[in-house]
Design a protein around this ligand. Structure first.
Ligand code: SAH
Ligand code: SF4
Length: 394
């Protein structure tokens, strides 16, 4: 049985073959424009609503929902039909509302510093599993309008290109999101970057660089051995030449590893000819990587240095570190007993679940708490026992 957002328009038309023709548009509009469950489509006869609810089941079963940053960050752990877990993060900012979606359950790229990479690969997500993450987030965001989608959750989007691209088509054509507000982040799959360069929607490209010499990048990003910097740079050049779009480099700042003046100089050499924008992200802690992120003063100094070298640079505001919802912290482990729970984290509870700024738990456990989530989340709430928020437990 196809899931609600895996069904394309012709599949929905087939399901509605016994209905008047206008029903197809009505149901499609209900799913994509009005973000409705079939059961809530009151303009459709009741019997048909029930049939659709049954024949177009959701792909995502609610697992744990965790709210932090005064209600401005929401992380979901979803269960898929085969029991796999994936995570989605919704973030409200002053001027926009962004959802960070997963493209794969786990990731095969094995980047040392990333919780998803540490957990390994499970499988590619389907079109519907990707689109439904956005729909659920858009519904949760109301009355605010979901404005941006970033493929920066679990997985390497360009390793699941076909489905990711089909999902992007739905987000653009059917959900009505502007291509300029959709961002694909890649660890540097040259082949995928070339495909993106030839694609017909002008989405943004972010390349997770993290090191600008091969010796260091080989250590941090195993894929660099297949696409060394010269090959990655060439793919970026082709992308910029073909699209005339500005790309951005993501750089997770790791203490005494890639935050030295020489790193800034090498990065500037790569970024300048491409006119790339650099996003600095202080490394978020993950269970399997001991080196901490660059301290704030070092982040500011690295940023100043890059700017002095003529590179447009921003420091990404950290969101959701307290609930392991930040970049590189997503790693959903199987928890069978976690259905439908909302966790609203209070500062006191956070304090009691904190250990130290550095992890002492085995790989996969997430007990670090570095920010103070607040308690203003709407909706049903259960006070969480400490391990209810350890979404990454494997
Ligand atoms: N696989 C893709 C997209 C998902 S990762 C990619 O790597 O680009 C999303 C972003 O988080 C990437 O820029 C990634 O390099 C970064 N990241 C991974 N682990 C991190 C960590 N521990 N702290 C900060 N950023 C991290
Ligand atoms: Fe995969 Fe991206 Fe994490 Fe690397 S940083 S392991 S590519 S999700």
């Amino acid at each position: 049985m196809t899931t609600r957002y895996d069904a394309d328009r012709s599949a929905v038309a087939e399901l509605l073959a016994d209905q008047p023709a206008y029903r197809v548009g009505q149901v499609w509009d209900g799913l994509y424009r009005r973000l409705l469950d079939p059961g809530d489509m009151t303009d459709v006869p009741n019997a048909l609503r029930q049939r659709l609810a049954h024949e177009l089941p959701p792909a995502l079963q609610p697992g744990v929902e965790t709210v932090s940053d005064g209600g401005n960050t929401v992380k979901w752990l979803w269960r898929l039909a085969d029991g796999t877990g994936v995570e989605t993060v919704l973030m409200h900012y002053g001027d926009r509302t962004t959802v960070c979606v997963s493209s794969q359950a786990g990731c095969a790229m094995g980047c040392a510093f990333c919780a998803t990479g540490q957990a390994g690969f499970e499988r590619n997500l389907s079109i519907g599993e990707i689109v439904e993450q956005v729909v659920r987030a858009a519904r949760r965001a109301l009355p605010r309008r979901l404005s941006n989608v970033v493929f920066m959750g679990m997985g390497e989007p360009l390793a699941n290109f076909e489905r990711v691209w089909a999902a992007i088509g739905r987000l653009h054509h059917d959900l009505g999101l502007s291509a300029r507000h959709l961002t694909v982040s890649t660890i540097g799959m040259g082949h995928g970057i070339d495909r993106l360069a030839g694609a017909d929607l002008p989405v943004n490209l972010a390349v997770s660089l993290h090191a600008a010499n091969d010796a260091l990048r080989d250590r941090l990003v195993p894929l660099n051995r297949r696409y060394p910097l010269a090959a990655l740079n060439a793919a970026c050049e082709r992308y910029v030449a073909a699209t005339r779009r500005r790309l951005s480099f993501e750089w997770a700042l790791i203490d005494a590893t890639n935050d030295r003046p020489s790193d800034a100089a090498e990065l500037a050499e790569l970024a300048r000819p491409l006119r790339a924008h650099v996003n600095l992200i202080p490394l978020n802690p993950t269970p399997g990587y001991a080196t901490p992120g660059t301290p704030p003063a070092g982040v500011a100094a690295f940023c100043r240095r890059l700017r002095a070298l003529g590179i447009t640079t921003t420091v990404r505001r950290n969101r959701g570190t307290g609930i392991d919802a930040a970049c590189g912290q997503l790693a959903a482990g199987p928890r069978r007993g976690d259905q439908g729970r909302t966790v609203r984290l209070s500062p006191a509870r956070m304090a009691s679940t904190s250990t130290s700024p550095r992890r002492t738990t085995p790989p996969g456990h997430t007990t670090d708490r570095t920010s103070s989530p607040s308690t203003t989340a709407p909706g049903p709430t259960t006070e969480a026992p400490p391990d209810a928020v350890r979404l990454a437990a494997r």
